[in-house]
Structure formats: structure tokens, C-alpha cells
Design a protein around this ligand. Structure first.
Ligand code: NAD
Length: 480
């Protein structure tokens, strides 16, 4: 069985040294044991933070050119190991291997991007009447990087790359039940020429290892992706030291189909973003609002798409959708579907596990389409994090925008229309950090990503992602 070691102070910690606390990682496609992992403790987190603090003295003084070279080297090393990392990702998380590969390779792209972006950390010069002001941006210090299981490599890369490019060092805490690929990613990065202790990984429970990383006075910055409830508690704990926090939290994203939309393209986009990764995406399509006039045509097209996916073990190259990540995720999805049906929704497709021997041991679930949804149902209000697409009709754009904004979340929102004015007015009115117009993805490496309202605080990616690891300093020179 594969053994996953923690990485502390430039050294792989053999399982035996991690004490007798071990966890077994299971494949969600068949519940077979995949790996054994050491379960770290608060003490391991402290040692890693201290190592990162020592390494910061060196790394923060390294030139951005040199840091860039090392980040490019790291990207190359991740690409060289991408097959192995992708396979681990499929085995621990369930997603099809082709998507696991894309995730790992795009993480290498993030490293390449910040290798260059780090060099553009320019200062400013301000001329006063009897003084001059210089404005500098300097690395914050040691960062704690805490990530979830749905995109364990990519979401960590969004933090690791700008953190290192800014001159910060880090301790990463990958998700407890899917730590394998994320740890291998950091290992590849750490071997690219970083000082020992600049990149650390500690495994273990969020409430223990994660809490130590957040509470310790050594960490000056917390970058967290995960549930809104966890983000809230992290923000409260970070308040003790007024730490810098970036929070990428839950979503409940609306998808508006206007009467003038290209219905085939809209249905294909909605199906892909509602069902891929089994709906376990923070920017998943969670609520679909259809203009009355096109509701019937859109619904028929969406159901056909939902029923066209091939489902199975992620290792099968033909498969589009793997299992859900865990029993708990599937239980929650079933419960949300049952709640909707009790409250008057109509089941058009799915709503249950697929039948057959191949599906018996895994956490499989069919892509599910629900008609006649309304805002009393959990599927329209809470984050299901499952492959469910509920449909609701609207009569006017005002109604559509108001329904879309009727949520405590505000991560992404989508609109399909062929009219530019409708698109722009909707984009201005929708309360979300990312708006997709005729596109079902709001992630772009060069653009800011993050949430409004309870979906988060701060931005990742682009130059915003780099600024999140910097403090601003004003130096005033007297000229009197
Ligand atoms: P989670 O909040 O349960 O866990 C995320 C990480 O936080 C894990 O590593 C966990 O061990 C750790 N953790 C838990 N309690 C902690 C504590 N008290 N202190 C410090 N760390 C702690 O989330 P999850 O179930 O792994 O992931 C799913 C959630 O992530 C969904 O809500 C999803 O929307 C969200 N998500 C958001 C984005 C985004 O960019 N906005 C992206 C992906 C996922």
C-alpha cells in the first residue's frame, strides 16, 4: 500500500516517526484501501511553522528573479511527476483520470505564471512638497495554507505559487481524507531549490492541525478554501492576532437562461458545470432559472445531456463522471433530493444510484434533474455539493436577477443570452465575485477569483493573488 509522508523542514517524515496515529485512505469508487498516512499533531504543526519561520529569513531575501527560476523549475518537476500525482488524485478523490491530469498540469501552469508575476512587484514613488514617499510591498511571513478535497492539487497551487513568488514560506494542511496528491505536489515543488523548511506539509484533522496553524503566532497569513462554516471559525480565530486571511468558501451559483439564448449551448454548459466532478465544485451550477418561452426546449436538452454521461471508476478512460467523494456527500445529496420532492419538485432524471455490480461498492449517484423547484427547497438554498440541477421558470429579467441574488452566497453566477445589453445589465446586477456570460467557468489564471457575501473574502489568482501575500510599507523621506 502507498505510504504518504509528511514534509517538515525539508525532510520526509517516515510513517514510523509520525507516532502511532495512522489513517487509511480509501478509493471512493470501490472502498478499497489505497494508502496509509501519518496523522499529524499540534506538535508537528508547530515544528513545521518553526521551520517555515527560519526559512523565511532566507527566502524573503532571495531576489524575485531567483524565486522565479525556482518556481519554473518546480513547474517542470510537477509536470514530470504529473502521471503519478494524477493517478493518486483519482484513487483518493474519485475524479476521472483525464480530469485529474488536467488538474495537475494546470497547477504547474500556476507555478509558471507566478514565477513571472512575482517579478512585477513594483514599488511607487510619491512627490510631496517637502518629502518623498516610497511605497513597498513586502512578503507577509509564514503562511498557513488549508485546502479542501474537491480540487486538492489545484486549490493548493493557487496558494503555494503566489505565496512563494511573494517571498513567503508556508505550511500546507491538505484535506484529511485526500492528502496524497497534494502532498506529492508540494514535495515536487520543495525539491526545486527552495531552502529547507520553506515548503512544509502536515497531515491531520482540521480541528487540531488546522487549528494550530491558524492560532499560532508564527503564521501571519491564513489562506483557506473550504466550507463557509469552517471559514467563519477560522476568521474568528485569526482575529486574536489580526492575521491576514483569504477565504474561498461555499457557493450556490445561479444559471440564467434568457429567451434569446442559444439553447443547445446553454444546456451543454449547464449540464457540464452542474454534473462534472459530481457537482462537487464551489462554482457548480446549483440553480437554473429559465425564461418561460424556452423552458420546455431547454429542459428536454438538459435531460438528454444528463442521461448521456458515462459513469464509472475514474481509472476507466471512457468515463465522464466518477463516484462522489464520500458516503457523507452522497447521503446529503439524497437528502436534498428527497426534501425537494417532498416540497413539490418533479424528478425528471436520476435521483438515485446507478444499478449494476460495477456501482455496488462506490459512492455513485446519477446526474439528477428536478423540475418545478422553488426557494423553499434545500437544493435552492444550501450547498448540495452533489450532481443535482433544479429548474425554475421566470417571466422577467428583474425577477431572474432577484431570484439569483436571493442567497447568502455570492461566488459565481452565469447568464446565457445573445443580447449584449441584457448581459451587461445582468452582470452589473448579479451579486457574485465572478460572472460567466455565455460561458460556464469563471476561473482564469490572470483574473481575480473569489466570493461576495458569505462566499469569501479576498481574491486568488492574477496580481490580486500575489498581493494577498504582501504587506504594504510607506517610507517617507524628509526633504525640508
Ligand atoms: P472543510 O471546510 O470541511 O475543510 C477544508 C479544510 O479545512 C480541510 O483541510 C479541513 O481539514 C480543514 N479544517 C477543518 N476545520 C478546521 C479548523 N477548525 N481550523 C483549520 N482548518 C480546518 O471543507 P471540505 O468539505 O473539505 O470542502 C468542501 C467545501 O469547500 C465546500 O463548501 C466548497 O464550496 C468549498 N470550496 C470552495 C472553493 C472556493 O474557491 N470558494 C473551492 C473549492 C471548495
Amino acid at each position: 500500500m502507498y505510504q504518504s509522508q509528511m514534509l517538515i523542514d525539508g525532510r520526509d517524515l517516515p510513517l514510523e516517526e509520525g507516532g502511532d496515529r495512522r489513517a487509511v485512505i480509501y478509493n471512493p469508487a470501490n472502498q478499497e484501501a489505497v494508502a496509509e498516512v501519518a496523522v499529524g499533531s499540534r506538535q508537528d504543526a508547530r515544528l513545521a511553522l518553526q521551520a517555515a519561520e527560519r526559512a523565511f529569513l532566507l527566502w524573503s531575501k532571495t531576489s524575485s528573479q531567483k524565486r522565479g527560476e525556482i518556481l519554473h523549475e518546480a513547474a517542470g518537476r510537477v509536470r514530470d511527476s504529473s502521471e503519478r500525482i494524477a493517478r493518486l488524485l483519482t484513487l483518493e478523490q474519485g475524479k476521472p483520470l483525464k480530469y485529474a491530469r488536467t488538474e495537475v498540469l494546470s497547477s504547474a501552469d500556476v507555478l509558471d505564471y507566478y514565477a513571472e508575476e512575482g517579478k512585477r512587484n513594483y514599488g511607487e514613488w510619491i512627490t510631496g512638497p517637502r518629502s518623498r514617499s516610497i511605497v513597498l510591498r513586502q512578503p507577509i511571513g509564514v503562511a498557513a495554507l488549508i485546502t479542501p478535497w474537491n480540487y486538492p492539487v489545484d486549490l493548493l497551487a493557487w496558494k503555494v505559487a503566489p505565496c512563494l513568488a511573494a517571498g513567503c514560506t508556508f505550511v500546507a494542511k491538505p484535506p484529511s481524507l485526500a492528502p496524497l496528491a497534494a502532498t506529492e505536489f508540494v514535495r515536487a515543488v520543495s525539491q526545486a531549490g527552495l531552502p529547507a523548511g520553506a515548503a512544509n506539509v502536515v497531515h491531520g484533522p482540521g480541528g487540531e492541525v488546522g487549528a494550530e496553524l491558524v492560532e499560532s503566532p508564527i503564521s501571519r497569513k491564513i489562506a483557506f478554501t473550504g466550507e463557509t462554516a469552517t471559514g467563519r471559525s477560522i476568521m474568528a480565530a485569526a482575529a486574536a492576532h489580526i492575521k491576514r486571511v483569504s477565504l474561498e468558501l461555499g457557493g450556490q451559483s445561479p444559471f440564467i437562461v434568457c429567451a434569446d439564448a442559444d439553447i443547445k449551448a446553454a444546456a451543454a454548459s449547464a449540464a457540464q458545470r452542474a454534473f462534472s466532478n459530481m457537482g462537487q465544485i464551489c462554482i457548480s451550477v446549483n440553480r437554473i432559472y429559465m425564461a418561460d418561452e424556452v423552458a420546455e426546449a431547454f429542459t428536454a436538452e438538459l435531460v438528454a445531456r444528463a442521461e448521456g454521461f458515462k459513469i464509472g471508476s475514474g481509472l476507466d478512460p471512457e468515463v465522464d463522471l466518477g463516484p462522489m467523494f464520500s458516503r457523507a456527500q452522497r447521503v446529503k445529496t439524497r437528502e436534498h433530493v428527497a426534501d425537494a420532492l417532498e416540497k413539490g419538485a418533479e424528478l425528471l432524471s436520476g435521483g438515485r444510484e446507478p444499478e449494476g455490480e460495477a456501482y455496488e461498492k462506490g459512492y455513485f449517484f446519477l446526474p439528477t434533474v428536478l423540475d418545478r423547484a422553488d426557494h423553499k427547497m434545500k437544493v435552492m438554498r444550501e450547498e448540495t455539493f452533489g450532481p443535482v440541477a433544479p429548474l425554475m421558470k421566470f417571466k422577467s429579467m428583474e425577477e431572474a436577477i432577484s431570484l439569483a441574488n436571493d442567497s447568502p452566497y455570492g461566488l459565481a453566477a452565469y447568464i446565457f443570452t445573445s443580447d449584449l445589453k441584457t448581459a451587461l445589465l445582468a452582470a452589473e446586477g448579479l451579486e457574485a465575485g465572478g460572472i460567466g456570460v455565455n460561458v460556464n467557468n469563471v476561473v482564469d489564471l490572470q483574473a481575480p477569483f473569489g466570493g461576495w457575501k458569505e462566499s469569501g473574502l479576498g481574491r486568488e489568482l492574477g496580481r490580486w493573488g500575489l498581493e494577498a501575500y504582501m504587506e504594504t510599507k510607506h517610507i517617507r523621506l524628509g526633504m525640508g
